[in-house]
Design a protein around this ligand. Sequence first.
Ligand code: C2E
Ligand code: CA
Ligand code: CA
Length: 754
Amino acid sequence: MCIDVDRCRRGYVLAVVVLAAAWVVAPTALSRDVLYELIGLVAVAGVVLGTVVRAPRSRVAWLLTAAGVLLLVGGDAMYSWYQDVLGVNPFPSPADAVYLSAYPVLAGALMVLVRSRGAGRDLVGILDAAVVTLSLGLVAWIVVGAPIVAEQGVTPSSLLSMAYPAADVMLLGVTARLTFGRGHRPLAYRLLVASIVLLTVADGAYTLLGSTAAASSRWLDATWLTSYVLAGAAALHPTMVDLSEPAIQERRITGRRLAGLTLAILVAPTAELLELLNGTGRNLWAVLIFSTALMAVVLSRLQLALHQAQRAVRQREQLHDRLVHQSAHDSLTKATSRAHFLDAIENRLRALDAAENPVGLLYLDLDHFKQVNDTFGHAVGDQVLQRVVDRIRHVVRADDLVGRVGGDEFVVLVHDANSEGLLVDIATRLLKAIERRMQVGEHSLWLSASIGVARSQPGMDEPDELIRNADAAAYQAKSEGRARVQVFGEQLREELRERADAEDAIRRGMAAGEFLLYYQPLVELSTGTVVGYEALARWQRPGHGLVQPCDFIPVAERSSLICDIGRWALTTAAAQAAAWDHDSRPHTQMSVNISGRHLASSVIVDDVLDACGAAGIAPERLVLEVTETVPLDAPVMRAQLIALRRLGVEIHIDDFGTGYTSIGQMRNLPASALKIDRSLIALDDPGARELVALAVHAAHAAGLKVVGEGVETQAELSALQDVGCDLVQGFHLARPAPAEQIVPPSPASDLVTQ
Ligand code: C2E
Ligand code: CA
Ligand code: CA
């Protein structure tokens, strides 16, 4: 149905205003009655129209409201008929039956609203509404009921008189229930509540004034009319739909609600007091009964509040526990998280008896776990990790803490590690447990682990140190062939200390500008032209002379120090390339060696961009050399390589022949050249030469150029030339040298044609 809602609202207001104005100035009682009825009917129409147009979730509530108002208006009509047309006293008459039937209908409307707004039972709301109802009931009894009974005794007429205040109290009780219940309180809600309150106020005033005095009061009529009109206004207001929307959140007990309830509770004792002061014992019984009922309700209310408070505390505690557990445990294996594990070690180290009962730490690193993931997928890998933790738990004591500190690295904190022998014994049993066949779905797996063992020393209070020691031992176990246990001893301690010192020296050397780059040309075999240079790091270390990369690169590679070196090399080499450009040399390429760790980190792309940006050279001028042993096909690595390729940076696979890259794998590598390692080139046997020929062939088939590295002799050069190698590099052509010693290459160099 297409009805303009705003026009309805405007029409409603206009009709009400016009009719009300006419009602005010109407000359006769009859015309006033007719206008009064018309306004009432307009209000009923307003409620019905609002319900139809707004289409709230609960139409029943609003249609019941319309029915309630219609019954009231109908009662009014009958009342006026008896009084103004027939000229008889309308009380008691069938009009009362019509009037009184309006109240349960209106109460029903409000209850339907309460229902549609609340989710589940709301005992607190019910009890609070009961407090209000009882208190109002008591007031109604004292003010209206008791005087009527005292005057007329218990007759049908007196009972009918009392039925009105009783109906009002019931209606107000249900309104209180709506107010204390859940849900929004938009304007439509306020209008509806105001309508009900005005109705009961007018009813109360009518009863207090007495029918004859009230009949002539136009103010009372105006109040009733306002009540009807407000019901129509509520139904036409856009927020009326919110009234029947379910509300999840419970109403909080506000100060205002508490004050209202206190006031309601105080009604009984105040009434009692007034009775006593007046000396009339008339209502004493009533007050006593109401007070007892009120007390019962208030007590249940208190008990409920207490129960709710306890439940809230319990819920908060559970939530807290869950959060703590979550942060303290690895979600996959349920092993303790690294941070929590460190805390546990720290607590143990700081314990009073730590000196007598040293703490033991086992560092377990699974061997070749990457292969499990690569071969069977991550889902199987995850299950394997869970099983490994189960197996570890099975071997260690219940109070030993099992943690996960890396993808496939686990730690066990052993309490009371009185002897190293005990720890080695546990580690050996762990090793055996891990090595048992593992069945995951249809896959049978055989795993092994490298385990490092460390024990706390008196005075040790840094948990990191203990983990570092055990980790170093595990590392040692791995490098000595895996599947073994290694104890952290004096020798390892010495090595660690040396390593830390060496790292420190490198760091300080970098800061002091002691590092420099040597450059070695790459020559195109077919033309003899220098097409690029490889930048090779050197360290001019005071007191040590010129330190070669084999003495500091491996040290730096064990930490992020290698990334610092890589960044520095990129910046320096790019700047050198730009400097040579200004020398009006041919624009050659610049190769920089980048370690796998640096390549896997997300900073590499920025580092390359920064270096090129600072030097003012295009990224196409840069070549990153990555050794073959770096897992280039790992997802992180691939993503970085592709990003770099997009920039225009070239990737060369270094040291080919020293790792495991199969010739078939080449096709998928995001690289543009292959550098064949000197170890393959130097071999002077037909087998090696055939292998080189095969590699060159496969590389070409995969669209890669080939660089022959470490060419020391003319024979080696000729052999490479024979197999179709593209570029060469080596002492035979030029040794690596500082930038200032590099002579500008002449385009038709005779280097290769000697
Ligand atoms: P690489 O990348 O394979 O570099 C080639 C190495 O072979 C260089 O050793 C070079 O001096 C040497 N070389 C060149 N021609 C010949 C030859 O005809 N015969 C022989 N026997 N050797 C030759 P260098 O400069 O000592 O570098 C060693 C390794 O250190 C490099 O091997 C590279 O892996 C690494 N490296 C050097 N500089 C850096 C750097 O800035 N960053 C990183 N991550 N690694 C670097
Ligand atoms: Ca290289
Ligand atoms: Ca190399």
